[in-house]
Design a binder for this molecule. Structure first.
Ligand code: KG4
Ligand code: ZN
Length: 353
């Protein structure tokens, strides 16, 4: 089992990523090509543009991943690839590449759910992490509270009724005129350190709802109104802004972040209570997905876990944001228990994939 070697390919959103992971959890190589430049230039991802960007680099990314691990395709046990959720045009690029490799080297193929991969990579990081466990998955498109009972067996306790927290970070960063060459989340996290988190009274979403669902659309609106009413010229980049203007922006960033994360804390606490009624043996809270790379998020959820008697497992930032390792690892987990597809035909035409 420890000697299994799986290549993972991830193209669901704006990063083209691949990695090779061994059954014992050793990461043999990983490569990520980001579309940050495109994102900054056009202020968002357009599916067709993202597809072309993936298509341009996918061969190189996979080739580099193989070379870095010093392996050939024949050394692999299987190929894993993200099959959803995500932009279908983008997913296709990864799936076609995976099927091509699997077809030509006669390898089994494992289709991976992107959010499951965000959750399960925690088991690579923390080998003691057993099912059942609780997971909070926070990214640009998803906001999920999940009770993971077993491999492939998940109970969704909460989701967002509109936007995910990462989307709220990204829009807040855009409206504040922050440098979007990094994604919005890290830019807000950095600026928030200079601000007073209690300076603006944003209201916490869904306080009156006795469920575990999220909503970030209302907070986004509150932030937009706060920016509009403060007369700051967000056309001026932060680096050239006056001290006064900079501190207003920092206060907005800090106040937004406090309430955005408070909402996570509230719902996560309730979900843990629910989950413990179903599975009293839960010992761990996994927090993963791009937003989990945020230090403030990690600190606040460490406290939530402790309060509920659980241990927090939060992968390192590079494994929280989209990556190939989580796909390869999730592929390994499924492959081990016999969940995979047979090799595709070697001469499969691309447009039938
Ligand atoms: O998981 P991920 O890489 O891609 C998706 O599956 O969506 O998550 C991307 C999201 C973006 O919204 C990004 O702004 C956010 O994660 N993010 C952060 C941080 N780093 C990335 N949000 C807050 N603080 C961060 N440090
Ligand atoms: Zn993701």
């Amino acid at each position: 089992d420890d000697d299994l070697i799986v290549l993972g390919i991830e193209t669901s959103c704006d990063d083209t990523a691949a990695a090779i992971v061994k059954g014992n959890g050793e990461i043999l190589s990983q490569v990520i090509a980001s579309q940050a430049e495109l994102l900054a230039r056009y202020g968002g991802v357009a599916p067709k543009m993202a597809e072309e960007a993936h298509a341009q680099v996918i061969d190189k990314v996979v080739q580099e991943t193989m070379e870095k691990a010093n392996l050939t395709e024949r050394d692999l046990s299987a190929v894993a690839v993200t099959i959803g959720p995500g932009l279908s045009l983008c997913l296709r690029v990864g799936v076609q590449k995976a099927r091509k490799i699997a077809g030509s080297s006669s390898l089994p193929i494992v289709g991976v759910h992107h959010m499951e991969a965000h959750a399960l990579v925690a088991r690579l990081v923390e080998r003691e992490l057993q099912f059942p466990f609780m997971a909070l998955l926070i990214s640009g498109g998803h906001n999920l509270l999940v009770l993971a009972q077993d491999l492939g067996q998940y109970i969704q306790l909460g989701t967002t009724i509109d936007d995910a927290i990462g989307e709220a970070y990204d829009k807040t960063a855009k409206w504040l005129g922050l440098d979007l060459r990094k994604s919005g989340g890290p830019a807000i996290e950095e600026l928030a350190r200079e601000g007073d988190p209690k300076s603006i009274k944003f209201s916490t979403p869904m306080k009156q709802h006795k469920d575990c669902n999220f909503s970030y659309a209302g907070l986004k609106t509150q932030v937009r109104l706060a920016i509009e009413s403060r007369n700051i010229d967000t056309k001026i980049p932060l680096s050239s802004a006056s001290i006064q203007d900079r501190s207003v922006r920092a206060d907005i960033a800090a106040s937004f972040q406090r309430v955005a994360v408070l909402h996570l804390e509230d719902k996560c606490e309730r979900a843990i209570e629910w989950a413990l009624k179903i599975e009293p043996s839960i010992r761990h809270l996994v927090v993963s997905g791009g937003v989990a790379s945020n230090k403030y998020v990690r600190a606040q959820l460490t406290a939530v876990a402790r309060k509920k008697g659980l241990q927090l497992v939060c992968p390192p930032p590079s494994l929280c944001t989209d990556n190939g390792v989580m796909v390869a690892w999730t592929g390994l987990e499924h492959f081990r228990i016999g969940r995979f597809d047979p090799p595709p035909p070697a001469d499969e035409p691309e447009d039938t994939m």
